[in-house]
Design a protein around this ligand. Structure first.
Ligand code: F58
Length: 838
């Protein structure tokens, strides 16, 4: 072993002083105070909550680091097959609470902090979210990291260390305003590795020559160099000592680029500008959700991150001195959507140009190494990069992409000699002006497995965007892994009382590691005490949210009302417009009623939240409409508590942890066939809320699991969408009279800004209603009526919610990770060694 190479006395001295983990309250307090007084240079007299957060985090960080080092050492010795999850986004949220719970020391810390004069919630609340993502895709990556560590898989995440995460949303006069999220001021969770750097090349040209043996050699040269510096963050598993690594790359000028001659000759500004240009690469997360815009800097980000990560992965592989043919037995790389697709030509370049392998061997390794996850069928979100842009930025990669395409098309031609159109359809290069590289096709061709993220979605990709590829490769290359969520954050952390109640019934917290154990809760669905407490917890969570709404938004809401929540990115396909039109309809109905009739109505609080991409005018218009409706309705004395409308500013992961446990109903109402999976649907049901939804994404599987009595489905089916759209253009369409009335109210300025809102109405009335709002409106409001009635039967409602929770076991991200590991990665867990096992 490595240890044996170190002389015994040194080993002994080292071991004697080796860092120890605190395990008692006193030791914890000592660590907090030490960090506050020394690391942070503060004292008893100027220790505010921010400093107490700092001290607490650093104390826990030390604990994580000890296990992190051991885990990495253990993985280095055992050298198992590793999984690398390449994702441009990781929406991690806050780390402290998660660290305390995963380590299992939150109660100890709570008592310790209280001795020092602080309340746990206040300290947790000091932390900024690590918001390196847009929405579902980024949060899924974060849940996967939690599961990978919890299940002891040797796995690393790779991403960029954005200086600015997703923007902070402020609402000013009802409009969204974007504020930069500079989150790195104080981030105790990251470790700069100034010794782990990779030089990344851009631009330049390719020189070709024959070597002595007559082999063609390509050299990519004369480019610009930017340096990637690694920043690592520990990812602790729950109830295990395994602590994995998330490696984020930060860009800086290489020493070559920071031109000291310029510097000395007085061109100081020019040399600083060069440096800033290099740093720009990792400066900002692109804030689009389900939209691609083809910006050069985005492509630079993608290559910078792929090249640095692959260099790192290959460097680690080479340490083991194994033959290249072993590479796919040691390395599985998962592409989280097409953003990391350049990793495919980059690995080929490394193997062929730098390591001297021949094409066939290199290609075989590449295909066996990569897996590709698709997250969308929306055409506007499918990545395409212009050939001239790639030619300019990555000349060698463009050649390699053309070579891949050539080999592939030759194969297709041999297999389908009669289908002449096939070649044009499946070519990686789209013959447009300019030509475009279709990244999804490149990802499919370069991977051994392609998966969608829910059953319907995985079926849809096989019959739409990848139809030809199913013919070419056969159906087995395509598979489904339905998304999941980590029950640690989305139950235990967000809803500690519910977690505790469940544990008390199931005899412990094993369900947090095996969520299918929840099924045993069905035995308690008639248990009076259990029911009472379950209901009390829901109410307490609603009180907590009501309090937050009052503080943040200044709107008083009654926690006894039905809390109806739709929080997610703002997008026309997600149909927040359908929801707000439904709210307006309800408002008009209430206004029509006599005061006596109104008294019979179920009070409701309609809560919205979500960011719009800064350039997405229609989504911003919907936000504005929601805020205007909120203003009018909330001030209407006739309405009172019967309807309150709230737009919660700046929805993010930590706010989701307050919002999700407080729903009675949540809305997942995308046009059928457009939402690949959805994951918040799972979070809400797991926390004892029911959902109203379309037959889309994972809603379908949720229905299968919880039973169709315990969910409210409505609307047209995916299979009918095409015909309906066609009908809108050719047959014209009737708008439901109730929706018409809503439109009139919006247009006549009842909610202000008639001009802007007319455009929203016109997208439906005059421009084809692409998202089928009019087709689904009646079914939607009828279903909302059913919900009002069902909610009045509180006993039955409670039975539904408990039953649904008990049946949510399938939707743990642990199950996803097991499926990926078995079906795609072919890798095994590496449990921590016995002596320090969990
Ligand atoms: C989401 N995609 C899907 N993309 O919309 C959602 O149905 C699914 O549950 C989730 O992935 C996880 O599979 C998504 O969030 C993005 O945000 C991309 C960001 C980069 C630009 C393209 C969209």
């Amino acid at each position: 072993s490595v240890e044996a190479s170190i002389p015994e006395p040194q080993r002994a001295a080292w071991k004697k002083f080796s860092a120890k983990e605190f395990s008692s309250k006193e030791d914890f307090e000592a660590e907090v105070v030490r960090h506050i007084e020394t690391t942070l240079a503060r004292s008893l007299f100027n220790c505010d909550e921010a400093a107490a957060y700092g001290g607490t985090s650093l104390a826990f960080r030390d604990r994580l680091v000890i296990e992190w080092n051991k885990t990495q050492q253990n993985q280095t010795f055992a050298d198992p097959k590793r999984v690398y999850y390449l994702s441009l986004e990781f929406l991690m949220g806050r780390a402290l609470d998660n660290a305390m719970l995963n380590v299992g020391m939150k109660d100890v810390a709570k008592d310790g902090l209280s001795d020092l004069g602080f309340r746990m919630e206040d300290i947790i609340g000091q932390e900024r979210d690590a918001a390196l993502g847009n929405g579902g895709l980024g949060r899924l990556a974060a849940c996967f990291l939690d599961s990978l560590a919890t299940l002891n898989y040797p796995a690393w995440g790779y991403a960029l260390r954005y200086r600015y995460g997703i923007f902070k949303q402020e609402i000013v006069d009802g409009y969204q305003v974007e504020i930069p999220d500079y989150w790195l001021d104080f981030n105790p969770w990251e470790f700069p590795r100034h010794d782990v750097t990779v030089d990344i090349q851009f631009y330049g040209g390719v020189r070709k020559y024959m070597d002595e043996s007559g082999k063609q050699i390509s050299v990519w040269e004369n480019g610009e160099i930017v340096t990637a510096v690694a920043y690592d963050a520990p990812v602790p598993g729950y109830g295990t000592k395994t602590t994995n690594n998330l490696r984020l790359w930060s860009s800086k000028a290489s020493h070559g680029e920071f031109d000291f001659t310029k510097f000395n000759s007085g061109e100081y500004e020019a040399s600083v500008a060069d440096q800033q240009r290099a740093e720009t690469i990792s400066a900002v997360l692109y804030p689009n959700d389900n939209l691609e815009r083809g910006k050069e800097l985005r492509l630079k980000q993608q290559y910078f991150w792929c090249a640095a990560s692959l260099f790192d992965i290959v460097r680690r592989f080479k340490k083991s001195k194994k033959a290249w043919s072993e590479f796919p037995n040691q390395v599985a790389i998962q592409l989280n959507d097409t953003h990391p697709t350049l990793a495919i030509p980059e690995l080929l370049r490394i193997l062929i140009d730098l390591e001297g392998l021949n094409w066939d061997d290199a290609w075989d390794i590449v295909q066996k190494t990569f897996g590709y996850t698709n997250h969308t069928v929306l055409p506007e979100a499918l990545e395409k990069w212009s050939v001239p842009l790639i030619q300019h930025l990555l000349p060698r990669h463009l050649q390699i992409i053309y070579d891949i395409n050539l080999q592939f098309l030759q194969y297709v031609e041999r297999s389908f000699p009669k289908d002449r159109d096939m070649l044009g359809r499946v070519s990686i290069i789209e013959e447009s002006q300019p030509k475009m590289v279709r990244m999804a096709y490149l990802a499919v061709i370069g991977s051994h497995k392609v998966n969608g993220v829910a059953e319907l979605h995985s079926d849809l990709i096989k019959t739409t965007i990848f139809k030809d590829f199913v013919k070419i490769y056969g159906p087995d290359k395509f598979t489904n892994v339905t998304n999941g969520i980590t029950p640690r954050r989305w139950l235990h952390q967000a809803n500690p009382r519910l977690s505790e109640l469940i544990a008390s019934k199931l005899g412990g917290y094993d369900f947090l590691k095996d969520l299918t154990l929840l099924h045993k809760l069905e035995n308690f669905v008639d248990d009076k005490d259990f029911r009472k407490e379950f209901q009390e917890i829901k109410y307490a969570n609603k009180v907590r949210l009501a309090k937050y709404i009052k503080e943040a938004q200044g709107i008083p809401v009654n926690p006894s009302g039905l809390f109806d929540i739709q929080v997610k990115r703002m997008h026309e396909y997600k149909r927040q417009q359908l929801n707000i039109f439904g709210v307006i309809h309800r408002y008009l109905e209430l206004k029509d009623m006599s005061p006596e009739d109104r008294k019979k109505m179920q009070p409701r609080v309609s809560i919205f939240g979500g960011k719009a991409a800064p350039g997405y005018w229609m989504a911003k218009t919907v936000i504005h409409l929601i805020n205007q409706v909120s203003k009018i309705v909330n001030a209407d004395k006739d309405i009172g508590d019967l309807l309150k409308v709230v737009f919660l500013e700046d929805y993010n992961v930590s706010k989701a942890e307050i919002i999700v446990p407080a729903s009675d109903i949540s809305e997942h109402i995308s046009t059928a066939g457009t939402e690949a999976s959805g994951t918040s649907n799972m979070k809400f049901v797991l926390n004892g809320g029911l959902i109203i939804g379309t037959c889309d994404g994972a809603n379908i599987e949720i229905t299968r699991e919880v039973g169709d009595d315990n969910i409210f489905l409505f609307g047209n089916l995916a299979e009918d969408v095409e015909d309906l759209r066609h009908g809108h253009f050719y047959g014209g369409f009737e708008i439901d009279p109730q929706l018409k009335r809503v439109f009139e109210t919006v247009r006549n300025g009842t909610f202000g800004d008639a001009g802007q809102f007319s455009a929203l109405v016109n997208s439906i009335v005059e421009h084809g209603d692409y998202y089928l709002v009019s087709d689904d409106f009646k079914s939607y409001i009828d279903t909302q009526k059913l919900i009002n009635e069902a909610y009045k039967q509180q006993d039955e409602w409670l039975t539904k919610t408990i039953t649904a929770v008990a049946r949510m076991g399938f939707f743990s991200s642990d199950r996803c990770i097991e499926e990926y590991a078995n079906e795609i990665w072919n890798c095994e867990p590496l449990p921590p060694p016995e002596k320090n096992g969990a």
